[in-house]
Design a protein around this ligand. Sequence first.
Ligand SMILES: [Zn+2]
Ligand SMILES: [Zn+2]
Length: 197
Amino acid sequence: MTLQLQCRCGTVKGQLEPARAYTRATCYCKDCRSFGRFLAVPGVLDAAGGTDIVAIAPAAVRFTDGVERIECMSLSPNGLLRWYASCCRTPLGNTPREGKLPYVGMVTACFADSAQVVDAALGPPGRTVINTPSATAPVKSTPLAFVTGGLGILAGIIGARLRRERSSPFFDANGRPLREPHVISREERAALERGPV
Ligand SMILES: [Zn+2]
Ligand SMILES: [Zn+2]
């Protein structure tokens, strides 16, 4: 089966194979929250400032429409690449800076199917939570889910490497990012960490 991806305005569209997902987790780290604040659109951050993310093999994700509107930012010169649809500032996914590591954390805000369909394919959100100390409201940690989720990511990455998968919707065949990342300034980053104005 496939899940549909779509930005808020419908320009960027794609698909994802949930069978290739490593794990689903809500991340409460400051950087994911800063990315959500940078985009400044509703439906990305939960009540405690967390981002619902599906870690998956990049080869299991593809974009079919609006690829030219996909942009890339980073919170620092060595930070993750954070991909979004520039037409309407919908987050798409987070990747390492180079394409060799078969990992993308897809932000479920760009999932177009109903919550029931998504949850049936990937399990419910919030079963695994990470970086809870930096949440903006108390969140119960899930230590066991954290470990199994981490092992799922590791196993998935190893599997994808063994299959010598090269394809990623965010990198070219040489492992170069599709777009030059826009690295925001330290001042901009500090402002995002302080919170929305
Ligand atoms: Zn859009
Ligand atoms: Zn995070």
